[in-house]
Design a protein around this ligand. Structure first.
Ligand SMILES: Nc1ncnc2c1ncn2[C@@H]1O[C@H](COP(=O)(O)OP(=O)(O)OP(=O)(O)O)[C@@H](O)[C@H]1O
Length: 294
C-alpha cells in the first residue's frame, strides 16, 4: 500500500495487516494493509465488488478472514477473547447499507436494542431517554422515536440507523454508503451531520462511499481499493497526483471533475482545478448536483 502522507505520529484505532479474504476460489483481498488515524473521516472507495463491505465486516468481526491481522482500539479482532469481544463491540457503531432497522420496532425501540444488550441494568425510563436523545442528535424530530421504519422516508431511515449506531457513545463509526439513495439535498445534509458529529463527539469514521461529493465534502483521507488491496491512501490532492489508471479515471472522470469544481477547494492541486474547469460546463455544477463514482 502507498501511504501518501506518512508524517502522522498519532494513534491508529484501526490497523489491518496482510488481510486475505476468499469465498471458495474467489479471492477478494490478498495481503491488504490499512491504518485508520484517530479522529479522521476515512473514505473507502473502489469499484463495485472490490470488497469494501467485506473489509468493513472483517474489521467489525462479522467476517472471519482467511488470514491476516486486524486490531481495533488496541484489541486483536482475529482472535479476540470473549471479554474483549463484548467490550470492543460496545465501542463502535455501524450504519449498514440498508439501515438494517428492525421493522417491528419503533425508531426509539431500535435505538434501545444495543442499550439493552450492553447495559441491561439501566432502567426503562433512562434507556428511553437516552434513545430519544440519540434520535434528536441524528437530526430527527422527537416524534420520529415513536414511528416504525415503514413510516419513514429514506433519509429519515438513514438518520434512524445513525441514531442506533450512536446509541452507545461509540469512538468509531462505520458507515456503509450512507448517502446512497438520498436526494442531493438530503445527501448533503447527511454529510454535514456526519462531519458535525465527528467533530463534536471526537469520532473516527470509516466511510464506504461511491459519492464523490461526500469524499470532497467530509473525508480527511481516502483509501482506494483495487487489485485486492488498498493501493493508496491519502488526501484527494495526494491521490490526484498519482498515475494509477483507476484513480485517474475515478477522480478525473467527468463526475470526479464536476465534484471537484463543486467543491472549489483551494487546497486542491491548481492544475487539476484548471483542468476540471475547462472540462466541465458551468451548468454541470449546481448546489444540488451530487456526483457518484459508481
Ligand atoms: N458471504 C459471501 N459469500 C460469497 N461471496 C461474497 C460474500 N460476501 C461478499 N461476497 C463477494 O465478495 C465480493 C466483494 O463484495 P463487497 O460487498 O465487499 O463489495 P463492495 O466493494 O462493497 O461492492 P459495492 O460497491 O457494489 O457495494 C463480491 O464479489 C461479492 O459477491
Amino acid at each position: 500500500m502507498t501511504d501518501l502522507s506518512n508524517d502522522y505520529e498519532g494513534e491508529y484505532p484501526i490497523r489491518v495487516e496482510g488481510l486475505t479474504n476468499a469465498f471458495g476460489d474467489h479471492r477478494i483481498h490478498d495481503g491488504l494493509d490499512l491504518k485508520v488515524r484517530k479522529g479522521e473521516v476515512l473514505g473507502v472507495v473502489g469499484g463495485s465488488g472490490t470488497g469494501k463491505s467485506v473489509l468493513m465486516r472483517s474489521i467489525i468481526g462479522l467476517q472471519t478472514p482467511t488470514s491476516g491481522d486486524i486490531e481495533v482500539l488496541g484489541r486483536n479482532m482475529t482472535h479476540p477473547s470473549e471479554e474483549d469481544d463484548i467490550d470492543i463491540r460496545s465501542r463502535w457503531g455501524v450504519l449498514f447499507q440498508g439501515g438494517a432497522l428492525f421493522s417491528t420496532l419503533t425508531v426509539g425501540e431500535n435505538v434501545e436494542v444495543p442499550l439493552k444488550q450492553f447495559y441491561p441494568e439501566i432502567s426503562d425510563t433512562l434507556r428511553q431517554d437516552i434513545a430519544r436523545f440519540k434520535v434528536r442528535l441524528s437530526g430527527l424530530p422527537d416524534e420520529a422515536a415513536f414511528k416504525y421504519p415503514s413510516e419513514l422516508s429514506g433519509g429519515m431511515k438513514k438518520r434512524a440507523g445513525l441514531a442506533r449506531a450512536l446509541a452507545l457513545d461509540p469512538e468509531l463509526l462505520f458507515l456503509d454508503e450512507p448517502t446512497a439513495g438520498l436526494d442531493p439535498i438530503g445527501a448533503a445534509a447527511f454529510d454535514n451531520l456526519t462531519r458535525e458529529l465527528k467533530e463534536t463527539l471526537g469520532l473516527t469514521v470509516f466511510l464506504i462511499t461511491h459519492d464523490l461529493d461526500t469524499l470532497y465534502a467530509i473525508c480527511d483521507r481516502v483509501a482506494v481499493l483495487a487489485d485486492k488491496k488498498v493501493i493508496a491512501v491519502g488526501t484527494i490532492p495526494e491521490l490526484l497526483a498519482l498515475d494509477h489508471p483507476w484513480i485517474q479515471e475515478y477522480f478525473n472522470g467527468p463526475r470526479g471533475r464536476a465534484a471537484l469544481v463543486a467543491k472549489g477547494d483551494p487546497k486542491l492541486d491548481a492544475a487539476a482545478q484548471v483542468n476540471a474547469e475547462c472540462a466541465v460546463p458551468a451548468t454541470a455544477h449546481s448546489d444540488n448536483s451530487r456526483q457518484t463514482g459508481a
